[in-house]
Design a protein around this ligand. Structure first.
Ligand SMILES: [Zn+2]
Length: 74
């Protein structure tokens, strides 16, 4: 793992979030009843706690952004 961008501390990856089926990533304009496009994985700095999220299914988000550019802020 590369060091933390804030404090250069040691980071650990491969953490998940609870409640992923309802709390994954989705466009804000389509949040009600819309199944999340992707779950999230997190990287956490063991020194300062800085947490970085990564989309697990980036391909789905890229596809949605191409098909529905109006759903997003660019
Ligand atoms: Zn840090």
């Amino acid at each position: 793992m590369p060091p933390c961008e804030s404090c250069r501390g040691q980071q650990v990856a491969n953490l998940g979030l609870t409640g992923q089926h309802t709390n994954g990533l989705h466009p804000n304009s389509r949040s009600l009843g819309f199944r999340p496009m992707s779950t999230l994985s997190a990287t956490v700095c063991l020194n300062c706690g800085r947490t970085t999220f990564y989309a697990d299914d980036l391909a789905k988000i890229r596809e949605a952004a191409q098909r529905h550019p109006d759903w997003f802020t660019w």
